[in-house]
Write a protein that binds this ligand. Sequence first.
Ligand SMILES: Cc1cc2nc3c(=O)[nH]c(=O)nc-3n(C[C@H](O)[C@H](O)[C@H](O)COP(=O)(O)OP(=O)(O)OC[C@H]3O[C@@H](n4cnc5c(N)ncnc54)[C@H](O)[C@@H]3O)c2cc1C
Length: 303
Amino acid sequence: MHDVLIIGAGPAGLSAALWCGELGLDTLVLEQNEEVGGQLLSVHNPIENYLGVRAVNGRELRDLFVEQTKDCDFDLWTNVEIASVDLKAKRVILRSGEELQSIAVIIATGLRRRKLGIPGEDEFVGRGMIESATRDRDQFAGNDVCVIGGGDAAAENALLLAEVCPTVTLVHRGKRLRARREFTEGLHTNHCITVFPESRVHRIIGNEHLEAVEIERAGAIKPFQMAVQGVIVRIGFEPNTELFRDQLEIDEQGYAIITSQQETSVKNVFAVGDVANPLSPTISSAAGTGATAARVIAARLGR
Ligand SMILES: Cc1cc2nc3c(=O)[nH]c(=O)nc-3n(C[C@H](O)[C@H](O)[C@H](O)COP(=O)(O)OP(=O)(O)OC[C@H]3O[C@@H](n4cnc5c(N)ncnc54)[C@H](O)[C@@H]3O)c2cc1C
């Protein structure tokens, strides 16, 4: 029996754990991955907006979080697969069969990149799918590439790739790009970049390596194949709430709905960080909301 079970060890979960430890709450953090850090592990650009620290990338900031929390008073289990959660009963059952019980639960499961769900998307990971233009650009220098998505992230990645790739084709579903003007202007003036609006990629094709995408364009009679050696998908994020969706109130996009104290619709179950759809999905908000939940729980338990 623990005071608090925290699900997820990104910035929000780690901040909540640090505060829970400091406030004398018996706390166990459950992380599905081998490593803690969440989205920080896929931030390849410098982080300059987290007060007090500058980091060359997310991993460096993550390492500082780990260093700071390693002597804190909480337990952390990584590589954990949760089979089911009963939020009302505050009971978590692991795939291993182990049953965990607590007085309060903090959901800190964050977001994941939305996928297209098309053939080839998973198959060519590491063989042509680009995880990050910042990180992988040099590897794709001289290659023709396709960027899928119409927002800021897609536009920014297209511009980065256009610095080293002869052709960059940006494919998006809408009539107009959703990216901010500084990016869209850059796209339209860059002679390496072609934008296909009202278009969809249906298939990613190849043998040993990625070789082409199949595209359907509005007005075209049938889909056509375009030879590319790299594809990057930037079509947004979605919250990791599948485990809890039928047990608490969520909004139409699947984010947990919370009170000003970070509490969900289930008493003593809190949601912190990006999974609770903060106005600013940032490391600062994640750290702050994690602290709030811990303090509310401690106050309720009289610590
Ligand atoms: C490319 C990129 C650049 C960014 N740049 C910045 C920046 O410059 N400044 C800034 O402030 N923010 C930045 N962000 C946003 C920032 O990384 C997030 O706001 C922050 O990581 C949110 O933290 P979180 O703990 O809420 O969620 P996450 O970081 O998503 O962590 C959630 C954790 O929960 C775990 N988890 C999920 N489901 C389960 C489960 N069922 N069981 C156990 N564990 C689970 C995940 O594995 C993960 O470790 C960036 C994000 C990206 C992707």
